[in-house]
Design a protein around this ligand. Structure first.
Ligand code: ATP
Ligand code: MG
Length: 768
């Protein structure tokens, strides 16, 4: 009998419907922006569950769906539930990272981790790399640890374990590979991994344990992937491995929106799909449902300046709308003022703030808009910038919480052992580090082990012992008090809150408010485990109220999103296209910048406004700026130019005379006065550097931690025996020579000529 077609299929055009209904076999949906690729994926998920659950006993657990951000995953979850009229649970929906983390926790032991392994953020990574370089005596000034981190990340993106790296890079005179190896070993000892490891370890796991891979290959009957053009090699290998048995893999993407090659993404993955999966069906979508014809035409024309595209036609039924505005302004402040005024005008017309976005090329650009919007009282959110959980006091507090939940978290321990000050100095930490390395145990474990020896000064033993005792008590508290109470107690009794209460720093009150806010946030979770998981994976949704807000974000982070009104500031040579992209990657870099511009324009539904300033202050210096070449590449018939650069004329390269050589010399009076600061919003100098990265690093900076169920604790300690015996004459690095009186594991009681009898560990006996 004919079953009626489900309602959700009615909202699709013929090609989309074809893509949704072709459930079996490999399928590639290759289509431009706004053609409904993501909608196809969502509907396909609903359709799978609707049609196959009964007939073929398809369980949600047999579906694997990959999105580019956690936010996108959440949205997909909601959309599918809406289409089906019921919630769906148990399926594997998330980013490559979150899915890999979930998988690894189940099999951690097989690759030498415990299931509660910590996922390091990039600060932790750098700190660890510094330690390693220090031990290897590599000059950190000449070879910055951050650079090494980048190199290692690229290798991981390519799926290369240290053994498989066969390229030699200049870093540390070719030593990077060796450092990478040590780094991986240290991570294992610390029961930790970094973001790149999540995928890399999965690949290793699949390789070394085919039976595990087999299990997943059999499980995942249907695989769906959004934003396929931005997968890197490791992700590609991961997917291909998963899809091998059932081969029901559906990937959607757009080669013109590949914007993450600097993070190792390979647009080749999408180009190769048909040869990877012979017999694959390819569906092209050409109708755009998002934007007005002017927006679409402007973006389409711009992207034709790139070579080697697959090429796509886009059309729309929408037949009205503004042209794309291109506005020249005097400087950054004028740009912020102009955009602020435009936003106010939109709001007066009843446009909701959530339908407005300012999309910047680099994070440092956000500050000026933030200040302007604050001044105007327009609520906004910065997506992808330094956020609540990245503030110093929050990270400190999180380290305390991590250490409660995870007794062997070395990096958390190191972060807070002397915060507030407990007199634990560099020398003590060095002793702990050396012992932890020597015994292959965590730092807290090393501290515990050395407490009953005289390797640590009595004062140290007292303060560290006190702290460790406190942690033990706090952990025990978890058994009979709420986790919120425990956190409050921890922050109080550790002296951390007091540290800020008595601080004279101007921002101390704000920090105390933040700590309070943190405690309320924790109250929204059942336990510390779920809270810490939240902090790590859902940070990009750091919204806790539902007020409508203007969104400020980088172009990279805006991928896949749409807004009625989009502002695209800073379209100047050097800013966008970004200088570094052009310097480092030449034409390729420029083309990626152009794709980024394409992504930017195509985020707009009703109106896109592009701005460029004639002057910019960069690192405290005023510079004149040229409009971006992308401005030039836009088709005149679809744009409306205006200019108020203070230079006369009507702006743009299209108005002869407007940008004459003489005009560029006409700098404002305060600009020549190089020493003093003009009385306008200062663009802060060096501080901006930390914003200069865009979307990806923001994501990576997340702090992913997983912990055991509350209250459960485990200690790793060494159980070594000593190579020394009673009667041996030895030299200790601090106490000089003496005679061994007693041996207890690796602990020795030695009678020293200078200081009498002491209990020490044999790690610190000098050789020979
Ligand atoms: P991007 O390349 O930017 O990720 P996309 O191809 O994933 O875009 P979607 O975000 O799925 O496109 O769709 C763009 C917009 O068009 C959305 O608002 C979506 O709801 C709408 N849309 C898609 N298909 C249809 C359709 N058949 N009828 C009406 N609206 C549609
Ligand atoms: Mg999409």
């Amino acid at each position: 009998a004919d079953t009626p077609t489900p309602a959700y299929l009615d909202n699709l055009n013929a090609e989309q419907r074809d893509a949704v209904e072709t459930l079996d076999g490999p399928l590639l949906v290759l289509a431009g922006a706004g053609t409904g690729k993501t909608r196809v994926l969502t509907t396909r998920l609903a359709h799978l569950l609707e049609t196959k659950a009964q007939t073929e006993r398809l369980h949600p657990q047999q579906i694997l769906a990959v999105t580019f951000t956690n936010r996108a995953a959440k949205e997909m979850q909601e959309r599918v539930a809406q289409a089906l009229g019921r919630p769906v649970e148990g399926w594997w929906l998330g980013t490559f990272h979150s899915l890999s983390a979930r998988l690894l926790r189940r099999h951690a032991d097989l690759i030498g981790l415990k299931s509660n392994f910590t996922i390091l953020d990039s600060d932790d990574q750098v700190r660890l790399l510094k330690q390693i370089m220090d031990a290897e005596q590599i000059d950190p000034k000449k070879w910055p640890a951050k650079q090494l981190m980048g190199i290692i990340q690229r290798w991981k993106d390519k799926g290369l374990t240290p053994e498989r790296v066969n390229e030699s890079v200049e870093f540390a005179n070719g030593g990077a590979k060796h450092l990478y190896k040590i780094y991986q070993e240290r991570l294992k000892v610390l029961n930790a991994c970094d973001f790149g490891d999540l995928l890399l370890h999965c690949l290793t796991l699949f390789q070394q344990h085919p039976e595990v891979l087999k299990q997943y290959q059999n499980t995942f009957r249907y695989i769906l992937v959004d934003e396929y053009q931005d997968t890197n090699v490791a992700q590609y290998l991961w997917l291909r491995a998963m899809a091998m048995v059932h081969r029901n893999i559906c990937c959607v993407g757009d080669d013109d929106q590949a914007i993450y090659s600097w993070r190792g993404a390979e647009v080749g993955n999408i180009l190769r799909f048909e040869s990877d999966f012979p017999g694959a069906k390819v569906v092209r979508l050409e109708q755009n449902y998002r934007s007005t014809p002017h927006i679409l035409a402007a973006a389409s024309k711009l992207i034709t300046f790139n070579d080697g595209r697959l090429g796509k036609e886009l059309w729309t039924e929408i037949d009205t709308g503004d042209k794309v505005f291109v506005k020249g302004v005097w400087d950054g402040e004028a740009e912020a003022r102009l955009i602020g005024e435009d936003i106010e005008a939109l709001q007066r017309k009843g446009v909701g703030a959530s339908q407005i976005a300012i999309l910047v090329r680099a994070g440092f650009q956000t500050r000026e808009f933030e200040e302007r919007l604050i001044t105007l009282g327009i609520p906004y959110r910065v997506v992808g910038g330094p956020r609540f959980y990245e503030r110093q006091e929050i990270r400190d507090a999180l380290a305390y919480i991590r250490l409660v939940a995870q007794p062997d978290d070395s990096l958390a321990f190191e972060r807070i052992v002397n915060v507030p000050k407990r007199g634990v100095g560099k020398a003590t930490l060095q002793t702990l580090h050396q012992y932890s390395r020597d015994q292959a145990i965590s730092l807290p474990a090393a501290a515990r082990d050395l407490l009953d020896t005289e390797e640590l000064k009595p004062k140290m033993r007292q303060s560290i012992g006190g702290l460790l005792g406190d942690f033990k008590r706090w952990r025990e508290m978890l058994g009979n008090s709420s986790h919120v109470e425990v956190v409050e107690t921890v922050l109080d009794e550790s002296g951390y809150t007091d540290m800020w209460r008595t601080s004279k720093e101007i921002d101390a009150p704000g920090r105390l408010e933040n700590l309070k806010e943190l405690v309320s946030a924790i109250g929204e979770f059942e336990n510390l485990t779920s809270f810490l998981e939240h902090v790590s994976l859902v940070m990009e949704n750091a919204q806790n109220d539902h007020e409508e807000k203007v969104t400020i974000m980088t172009l990279h982070a805006a991928k896949g999103l749409e807004f009625d009104y989009v502002f695209l500031p800073g379209w100047e040579e050097g800013v966008f296209p970004h200088q570094r992209a052009m310097d480092e990657s030449g034409v390729k870099g420029l083309e990626e910048e152009r794709r980024l511009a394409y992504v930017g324009i195509t985020r707009a539904r009703k109106r896109a406004t592009i701005c460029y300033a004639a002057n910019r202050r960069i690192y405290n210096q005023w510079q004149s700026a040229l409009p971006s070449r992308f401005v030039d590449e836009l088709p005149d018939e679809h744009i409306e130019r205006s200019s108020d650069t203070g230079l006369g004329g009507h702006g743009g390269n299209h108005s002869p005379g407007a940008w004459g050589a003489d005009d560029w010399m006409k700098m404002p009076s305060w600009a020549s006065d190089s020493g003093s600061t003009p009385s306008r919003n200062p663009v802060s100098g060096a501080g901006d550097r930390k914003f200069a990265s865009s979307g990806w690093q923001d994501r990576v900076r997340k702090n992913v931690i997983d912990v055991k169920p509350d209250g459960e604790t485990s200690y790793s300690t060494s159980s070594n025996s000593s190579k020394y015996k009673v009667g041996d004459t030895v030299r200790h690095r601090k106490f000089g020579s003496g005679t061994v009186r007693a041996v207890d594991g690796n602990k020795l009681e030695i009678h020293f000529e200078s200081v009498g009898t002491k209990k020490v560990v044999d790690s610190f006996i000098l050789p020979g």
